[in-house]
Design a protein around this ligand. Structure first.
Ligand SMILES: [Zn+2]
Length: 112
C-alpha cells in the first residue's frame, strides 16, 4: 500500500500547485532501487484522481538506474545484476543514484 499513499501525496501536491487549474501532466523520477513501482503509482493515481483536479492527468515516469561508486578507482558505473564489481576489479559501493523518488515537473492546463 506504499504506492497508494504516494499517489495520494502526488495528487495533493499537484492540486495545490495548480492553483485551481486542471493538472495536465505530472513527471516523476523513480530510481530502480527506490523500492517504488512507477506502474503501481500510475494505477492508483488513475483511481484516486477521479473527480479531482488531476483527473485525466498523464503520469510520465523517468526511471533512474542504480549507480555504484568504485572504492578502488572512483568510477561511477551502472550496477549489473547480482554484481558490485567494477571493470578495474574493485568493489562498487551503493550511491544515492537509483534511490530517487520525486515529482520533477507538474504541467497545468493554460487558463482560457
Ligand atoms: Zn574501479
Amino acid at each position: 500500500m506504499h504506492e497508494y499513499s504516494l499517489a495520494e501525496n502526488i495528487i495533493e501536491t499537484a492540486s495545490k500547485h495548480s492553483g485551481g487549474a486542471k493538472v495536465k501532466k505530472i513527471a516523476l523520477v523513480v530510481g530502480e532501487a527506490s523500492g517504488v513501482s512507477g506502474e503501481t503509482i500510475r494505477l492508483y493515481f488513475g483511481i484516486i484522481a477521479e473527480n479531482t483536479l488531476c483527473d485525466g492527468a498523464v503520469i510520465e515516469i523517468e526511471t533512474v538506474r542504480p549507480m555504484l561508486r568504485c572504492k578502488a578507482c572512483g568510477a561511477l558505473f551502472v550496477r549489473k545484476p547480482f554484481s558490485f564489481a567494477c571493470e578495474c576489479g574493485g568493489e562498487g559501493m551503493p550511491t544515492e543514484i537509483g534511490n530517487e523518488f520525486y515529482i520533477k515537473n507538474i504541467e497545468i492546463e493554460a487558463e482560457q
